[in-house]
Ligand binder design. Structure first.
Ligand code: COI
Length: 356
C-alpha cells in the first residue's frame, strides 16, 4: 500500500508532561487519513495532527453515522512497540461500520496504516508501566447533504494519545449505580456496535450518576430492567462462588476485546467461566449470602478496573475490601505483562512493530 507521508516540521512532544497524562487530552504529532469517495477508499496519507475543515451540512453531524475503535500500543523495548489484538479491533470496526451502513476497510490498510503511524510517532508511546499510547480509529459520514439517507462519502482517521489510567480513581475501586429511568441499548439497536451515538446517549444518565457520587452507570437490559449488561466504558465481571460470571453477548452489549482476553485467561487458569444472563438481584443475593467475591470491569481504556460499590434502587452493596481484589489484580498483571512483553504471548494477541 502506498501511503503519502508528510512529516511535521515541529514536534510538540517537548511540551508534553508524560508524568501527568490526562486521558485523551494530548495527541501525537501525526494522524492517518483516508477518504471514501465514488464508491471506493482513496489513497491514504499520514499528515501532521491538526484541524480538519467541513461544512455544517456534513451528514455525520446530523444523522450520527460515526463509528470508532479504542485500542492501545505498549512500549516493549527501545526497538519494539506492541499493538494489542489489532486484527480483532479491525474486525469489530468493520462490524460496527456494517451496522451503520458504512464502508468496510481492508485489514492490510488498517494494519499497515497503524504500523507506519506508530513508527513515525514511536517517541509518543509512554515508557511507564501502566501507561500506553491510546489509539482511536474513527470513521464518519462526510457528505454535505441534509437528506436523511446513507452518506456516499466518508473520512477515516487514526489519531493517537499517550494515556495513563482512564478513571481518576486509578486502581482504586469505582462505584456504580443502576439507572431506573434510562437504558443504554436494546437488542436490535446499535448497542453491540461501537457507534458514537451510543456514548452521546449515555452522558445524561452518567452525569446524573456522578452528581450522586457514582463513577458510572451499570446498565441493565432495556426490556425487563433486570439483567446486568455492561458499564458503557467497560464490560463487567463477577467472581461468585469461585466462578467468573459475565453477561452474555446478547446483541446489546459491546463485544469487548479485553473481555474476550479475560475469559481466555480465566479458562486457562482452570476457572469456570459463565457467559449468561445475570440479574442484579442475583448479584445482591450473592453478596448477602457471602458468595460474591469480586467485581471488576474490563475494557481497553479501563484495562481491569475494580468495582467496590453498586447501588440499585437505593440499596447498595460494598465489597469488603476497598481496594483491588486478588483475582482482578492477577488478571490485570497477566494482561499487562503480555501487553508489555514481560511474559510470552501464547495467544498471538501481540502484533509487534519493529522500529529501525
Ligand atoms: C475504550 O475502552 O477504548 C473505549 O472506547 C471506552 C471509552 C474511552 C469511550
Amino acid at each position: 500500500m502506498n501511503i503519502n507521508i508528510t512529516k511535521t516540521t515541529k514536534s510538540r512532544i517537548t511540551y508534553i508532561n508524560f508524568d501527568k497524562l490526562d486521558f485523551g487530552r494530548v495527541f501525537s504529532d501525526h494522524m492517518f487519513v483516508m477518504a471514501y469517495q465514488n464508491g471506493t477508499w482513496q489513497q491514504p496519507s499520514i499528515e501532521p495532527y491538526g484541524s480538519i475543515t467541513f461544512e455544517p451540512s456534513m451528514m455525520a453531524l446530523h444523522y450520527g453515522q460515526a463509528v470508532f475503535e479504542g485500542m492501545k500500543a505498549y512500549h516493549a523495548n527501545d526497538k519494539t512497540i506492541h499493538l494489542f489484538r489489532p486484527k480483532d479491533h479491525h474486525k469489530r470496526l468493520n462490524n460496527s461500520a456494517r451496522r451503520l451502513c458504512m464502508p468496510e476497510i481492508e485489514e492490510s490498510v488498517f494494519i499497515e496504516g497503524l504500523e507506519e503511524l506508530l513508527k513515525l510517532d514511536s517517541a509518543w508511546v509512554p515508557k511507564t508501566h501502566g501507561h500506553a499510547l491510546y489509539i482511536r480509529p474513527l470513521m464518519f459520514a462526510s457528505e454535505e447533504y441534509l437528506a436523511a439517507k446513507v452518506s456516499e462519502e466518508y473520512q477515516f482517521f487514526i489519531i493517537t494519545s499517550p494515556v495513563a489510567a482512564y478513571y481518576s480513581e486509578g486502581f482504586n475501586p469505582v462505584s456504580l449505580t443502576t439507572s431506573e429511568n434510562f437504558v443504554r441499548a436494546v437488542k436490535g439497536g446499535t448497542g453491540e456496535a461501537k457507534a458514537a451515538g451510543n456514548y452521546g446517549g449515555s452522558f445524561l444518565p452518567a452525569k446524573k450518576a456522578q452528581e450522586i457520587g457514582y463513577t458510572q452507570v451499570l446498565w441493565l437490559d432495556a426490556i425487563e430492567h433486570k439483567y446486568v449488561e455492561e458499564v458503557g466504558t467497560m464490560n463487567i465481571f463477577f467472581l461468585m462462588d469461585n466462578k467468573l460470571v459475565t453477561p452474555q453477548l446478547s446483541g446489546s452489549v459491546l463485544p469487548g476485546i479485553t473481555r474476550r482476553s479475560v475469559i481466555a485467561l480465566a479458562k486457562e487458569w482452570g476457572i469456570e467461566v459463565e457467559e449468561r444472563q445475570i440479574s442484579i438481584d442475583e448479584v445482591f443475593d450473592a453478596h448477602k449470602n457471602g458468595t460474591l467475591q469480586e467485581i471488576f470491569g474490563a475494557g481497553t481504556a479501563a484495562v481491569i478496573s475494580p468495582v467496590g460499590h453498586i447501588n440499585h434502587k437505593g440499596e447498595s452493596i460494598t465489597l469488603d475490601r476497598e481496594k483491588i481484589g486478588p483475582f482482578a489484580k492477577k488478571m490485570f498483571d497477566a494482561i499487562t505483562d503480555i501487553q508489555y512483553g514481560k511474559i510470552d504471548d501464547k495467544y498471538g494477541w501481540i502484533h509487534p512493530v519493529t522500529l529501525v
